[in-house]
Write a protein that binds this ligand. Structure first.
Ligand SMILES: Nc1ncnc2c1ncn2[C@@H]1O[C@H](COP(=O)(O)OP(=O)(O)OP(=O)(O)O)[C@@H](O)[C@H]1O
Length: 290
């Protein structure tokens, strides 16, 4: 007897879920999420979310407002730890280790898994200092009078780092002549690319991006989109976006969350947008709700 392929019944959603849980992408998983539940006080924001995120690719998280996309993203480098009401259950493996395990060094974790926020938030410092701040804090770069006196001034390393990160964020050509200018004098789009350059400065493996282009005009948005695609050659990018065209344009995989914090479908972006298995996902993508 033939089974319906698309219906809204829980039973069929469960079958769809079992199908995409088998989702077989090329390459290795950078992050492996298993049965993740998140609560804010008594309210559950994510329900038993499981998914593997492939390395060196772009994974988009989409879904209507309040479905838990940002909550999920924050779980991937334990930013929810900073929210006192938040409680996380389940596991997130990174390089084979549960980031929620005991003895995890959060500073090191967030160095490996960096984050870029919705509104550009450069430090009110020079463009150069925005990039060198992290490596200096981690003791990877030492400059200034004392370092000079001690004979370990890393000025050259700093220059190389600043250029590499600004090139990596497609900003070098626009700012190379004014590295000592205050970063707050840059345009919004340039500030956001500077924040991406800053995230690159500590040599992360994964970049988490929470609607990084939503505060930008169309030209700046298109530059950030191009950049995200390029970054995926070297980094694992996970991006939350409200913009379905954006997800379709730049991501390799798409995960669709729906109301109640449920991950309803996950797969190749083309399959999700052109041939979703779930009726609820099709309704969302075609604008019937959300
Ligand atoms: N700090 C918090 N304290 C309490 N509840 C929260 C907190 N952050 C999020 N929530 C709740 O958790 C649910 C998921 O929110 P979240 O911001 O993750 O959704 P989202 O899909 O990213 O939404 P949006 O697209 O509007 O940004 C919502 O019901 C929200 O009200």
């Amino acid at each position: 007897m033939s089974q319906p392929t698309q219906t809204t019944t829980g039973e069929t959603d469960e079958r769809i879920r079992e199908e995409w849980l088998e989702y077989d992408f090329e390459g290795d998983a950078a992050l492996s999420v298993e049965d993740l539940d998140v609560f804010y006080g008594n309210d559950q924001a994510l329900q038993s979310v499981s998914m593997d995120i492939p390395e060196k690719s772009v994974t988009a998280l989409i879904g209507p407002s309040g479905c838990g996309k940002s909550t999920f993203l924050r779980c991937l480098n334990r930013m929810n730890d900073r929210i006192s009401a938040a409680r996380v259950e389940g596991s997130v493996e990174f390089n084979g280790e549960d980031i929620y395990g005991e003895n995890v060094n959060l500073v090191e974790l967030r160095k490996r898994i960096g984050m870029v926020f919705q509104s550009p938030n450069p430090f009110p410092k020079s463009i150069r200092e925005n990039i060198s701040y992290g490596p200096r804090k981690h003791g990877d770069i030492d400059t200034g009078l004392v370092a000079r006196l001690l004979g370990r001034d890393d000025r050259e390393e700093e220059e190389e780092l600043v250029e590499r990160c600004l090139r990596g964020a497609a900003l070098w050509d626009e700012v190379s002549e004014r590295l000592d200018d205050n970063a707050l004098g840059l345009s919004g789009g340039q500030q956001q690319r500077l924040c991406i350059a800053r995230a690159l400065s500590v040599e992360p493996d994964v970049l988490l991006m929470d609607e990084p282009a939503s505060a930008l005009d169309p030209i700046a948005t298109s530059k950030v989109e191009d950049l995200v695609e390029d970054l995926a050659e070297d980094y694992t990018v996970v991006i939350v976006t409200h913009n379905m065209q954006q997800a379709a344009r730049i991501s390799d995989q798409t995960a669709v969350f729906l109301t109640g914090g449920e991950l309803v479908e996950y797969g190749d972006t083309e399959q999700i947008f052109e041939n979703p298995r779930s009726q609820r996902v099709e309704d969302y993508i075609t604008g019937k709700f959300g």
